[in-house]
Design a protein around this ligand. Structure first.
Ligand SMILES: Nc1ncnc2c1ncn2[C@@H]1O[C@H](COP(=O)(O)OP(=O)(O)O)[C@@H](O)[C@H]1O
Ligand SMILES: [Mg+2]
Length: 321
């Protein structure tokens, strides 16, 4: 992915806080910045609860922001109105984590897939609608006999294909894929990821690809952003992140991925993370990772590390650098 590709989304100092009781503020996303280029896949990884879904949903305007700014093709996502808002809601789609909860069990597959087509008036008549749905089914590896069925008849992998077809139905440019494979059997995860990669190539899609571990993300992402407790720990190209992880948290996440070569796997040292993820409610001052970091120093208690570019295109938020 070359650097001269146009920036499609620019997220600057984004915050999303939830009020969760008297004097309690849950800082789900707390000052996060990144860009996404056209046609690129940006992976967003981190442990469960670190704020990936909230970050993605706030970035695409599904949630109001607390602070900061998100520009999509130069326009402020949170102040879109009227026609522009409708155009944005067609251009930007989501594939959800749970293909069981995200598809309406009382609707036929064709009605699920065509919902956006109907809302945006993308076909002239019911014949065209049927053709379009059939085309989409075949695009995701299903067939037209599936159109009149209900989702309970399908496996998890097939349901996720239906979810993908629904997202593609409105011919989007940008898709937030929110852990699209983590609810699926390991045996079919690669199939769904390969489908997403193929569709991206054919249609020039841009992906924000969320995952809780780094194994599949390496395969699909051009660049990877690592989140920890509402903040960005590290961001760089996927090759660089795997070769040269700088943040102690990234190093720990990477060491948890099994290596296929048993010789290397046997001699390798796992970095165990000590302690638990702290609560995002009134989170600690300074570096949020310090309680689990073996390199933590005094400064880590006092100052929150900012995301710095320490090598071209390699950003890290850590006082070690
Ligand atoms: N609507 C909400 N109200 C209050 N807290 C929320 C809400 N949505 C998410 N959170 C909290 O925000 C934090 C980040 O959640 P989430 O973005 O879902 O993380 P992830 O996707 O990384 O697992 C969690 O502590 C979660 O409990
Ligand atoms: Mg999530």
């Amino acid at each position: 992915m070359s650097d001269n590709k146009k920036i499609i989304m620019e997220v600057s100092n984004l915050k999303k806080h939830f009020n969760v009781g008297k004097n309690a503020v849950l800082k789900a996303v707390d000052d996060v910045s990144f860009i996404i280029r056209e046609g690129e896949t940006l992976g967003l990884v981190g442990e469960s609860g670190c704020g990936k879904t909230t970050c993605g949903r706030t970035a695409i305007g599904m949630y109001n922001k607390t602070e900061g700014q998100v520009l999509y093709k130069g326009k402020d996502v949170h102040s879109l109105k009227g026609k522009e808002k409708k155009a944005f809601s067609k251009e930007v789609q989501i594939i959800f984590q749970d293909p069981y909860a995200s598809l309406n069990p009382r609707m036929t597959v064709s009605d699920i897939i065509a919902e956006g087509i109907d809302i945006h008036g993308l076909v002239a008549n019911s014949k065209e609608r049927i053709e379009k749905v059939n085309e989409l089914l075949s695009l995701v590896g299903l067939n037209k006999e599936h159109a009149s069925r209900f989702v309970h008849e399908f496996s998890g992998g097939q349901r996720q294909r239906i979810g993908i077809a629904r997202a593609l139905a409105v011919e989007p440019n940008f898709i937030m894929c929110d852990e699209p494979i983590s609810a699926l059997d390991v045996s079919i995860q690669a199939q769904v990821v390969n489908l997403l990669i193929k569709l991206q190539r054919e249609m020039g899609l841009t992906y924000l690809f969320i995952a809780h571990d780094l194994s599949m993300v390496k395969h699909i992402s051009d660049r990877v952003a690592v989140m920890y407790l509402g903040t960005m720990a590290e961001l760089t190209t996927s090759g660089e992140l795997y070769k040269n992880p700088l943040h102690p948290y990234t190093q720990a996440l990477l060491s948890a991925i099994p290596i296929p070569d048993p010789k290397i796997e046997r001699t390798r040292k796992r970095i165990m993370l000590e302690g638990d993820v702290p609560s995002p409610i009134n989170p600690p001052e300074g570096c949020r990772f310090r309680g689990r970091c073996k390199y933590a120093k005094d400064i880590c208690k006092e100052q929150r590390p900012i995301l710095k570019e320490v090598a071209p295109g390699h950003f890290v938020a850590c006082h070690l650098y």
